[in-house]
Design a binder for this molecule. Structure first.
Ligand code: AMP
Ligand code: GLY
Length: 427
């Protein structure tokens, strides 16, 4: 083995979505990284390891045997304490501890945290009793959003336009238990009508470096109609967040959050994602995520002009303040999610996908719900592919992404036709 090879490290990316494909893709470009494994991965990731994200023992054993630096993509293993477990075993792992992950794993915990630390969020009440919650919404003179407390893959939130919808949402979560235990308690909060954006920062417990801004498209249908999904497309940067607003979010939300966590005895390391609603120039936190967004990660990683591996290591080691400033490609990036028709409810699987290799050089097709079988790519989930393109302008990035979308087909392919359009009106 040459000396250079001896210095290389292996990376294990935990997860199987488009976000994890994008992270694996970016990390494999690092000169310091040897092999990137993905567990369990998908039809687009290489070196897949068949260990599920909730099998913490199996993941730890693999990371130990293969001497890996582990990068955790999704919230479920973070909420289950994967980072605590790896730390106890002296394994190097990127992401927040279980305690820090409460910012996402319990919406009630997060709302109370924001309230006691004066972080701007919608006013709210908490209920475990449907009757009391219904009486409460009848007494209000504003619209509400009803949220299950626990993790529900981005689907446990019902945005209501009148009292009847609110009453039915309360029933769905607290009585019918559509989201299971995650809905044992609910938040009823003021609906804030404004512009939504995603602000993600890389944190080492003390310092938070902002990632490029982005905007997700959460609803299933064009013009933000229909139920919420995990996200149907995203673009970066978003003109919705100008420099003044970015500074405000960085200071009043991100820095305030990690400092308040620290004061409460919790070190926040990892990606901190604030989902914000901007009303009259003021950002309100709708939710925290303790990880990269999916699909936001896909356009953001495509614009990174730095070695992501170095920065993830600095997050773990608490040395972000000594890292050089990060550079971003000036181009825009747009990710259009191709889903299986029927998502976010039921949808067909195992359909053959063609055309993935026909896309132009400015485009990358990140896989999500796919698998390989007999040399074919098959659909294997609700969100199937994230077609992600660069362009010198937002308009050209949109055109490049949709050009590639047109080349890819399978019987029940579904996608939104308006990804990025919201941003155009701000330019
Ligand atoms: P959450 O998982 O809490 O971010 O909610 C999912 C989505 O529901 C958000 O991305 C928003 O589109 C919407 N939403 C959540 N809370 C509110 C709110 N207070 N007002 C308006 N829309 C909201
Ligand atoms: N795209 C929103 C999320 O990752 O939760």
């Amino acid at each position: 083995m040459s000396q250079r090879q001896i210095l290389l490290v292996n990376v294990l990316v935990v997860g199987s979505g488009g976000r994890e494909h994008a992270l694996s893709w970016k990390l494999s470009q690092s000169a310091k990284v040897d092999t990137v494994f993905t567990a369990p991965g998908n039809g687009g990731t290489t070196n897949n390891v068949p260990i599920d994200v909730d099998n913490l023992d199996g993941l730890a054993e693999f990371a130990q045997t293969n001497n890996c630096f582990t990068v955790v993509g999704p919230e479920i293993p973070l909420a289950s304490g994967i980072v605590d477990k790896f730390n106890q075993m002296n394994l190097r792992v990127f992401g927040p501890t279980q305690k820090a992950a409460q910012l996402e794993s319990s919406k009630i915990w997060a709302k109370n945290f924001m309230k006691r630390n004066n972080i701007q969020t919608a006013r709210f009440e908490i209920f475990d009793n449907a009757k009391k919650a219904q009486e409460y919404v009848k007494s209000l003179d504003y619209n509400v959003v009803v949220k299950a407390d626990g993790l529900a893959s981005g689907k446990g939130v019902i945005v209501c336009s009148n009292v009847d919808e609110a009453i039915s949402a309360i029933n769905t979560i607290l009585v019918k238990k559509t989201f299971g235990q995650a809905g044992n308690r609910i938040i009823v909060e003021e609906r804030i009508d404004g512009i939504e954006a995603s602000y993600i920062a890389l944190c080492d417990g003390t310092v938070a470096i902002p990632m490029a801004s982005s905007q997700d498209h959460k609803r299933i249908f064009d013009d933000d109609k229909g139920p919420n999904t995990g996200g149907m497309g995203a673009y970066s940067p978003t003109p919705v967040i100008d420099n003044t607003l970015a500074e405000k979010i960085q200071n009043d939300i991100i820095n305030k959050t990690i400092n308040a966590m620290k004061n409460e005895g919790v070190t926040f390391k990892g990606f901190l994602y604030a989902g914000v609603m901007i009303r009259n120039g003021e950002p309100y936190v709708l939710e925290y995520n303790v990880r990269m967004g999916d699909p936001e990660c896909q356009p953001i990683t495509m614009r990174m002009d730095f070695d992501l591996y170095d920065y993830l290591v600095a997050s773990v080691e608490g040395t972000l303040s000594s890292m050089p400033q990060i550079d971003w490609k000036t181009q825009f990036s747009v990710c259009v999610v191709l889903a299986s028709e029927g998502y976010p409810e039921s949808f067909p699987k195992n359909e053959e996908i063609t055309g993935v290799d026909l896309v132009s050089q400015n485009t990358i097709v990140f896989h999500a719900g796919t698998k390989r079988h007999d040399g074919k790519i098959l659909s294997d989930g609700g969100r199937v592919l994230g077609v992600t393109a660069l362009g010198d302008t937002l308009e050209s990035a949109i055109a490049n992404a949709y050009d590639a979308v047109g080349k890819i087909s399978w019987p029940h392919k579904y996608y939104r036709k308006d990804i990025g359009k919201k941003g155009l009106s701000y330019l």
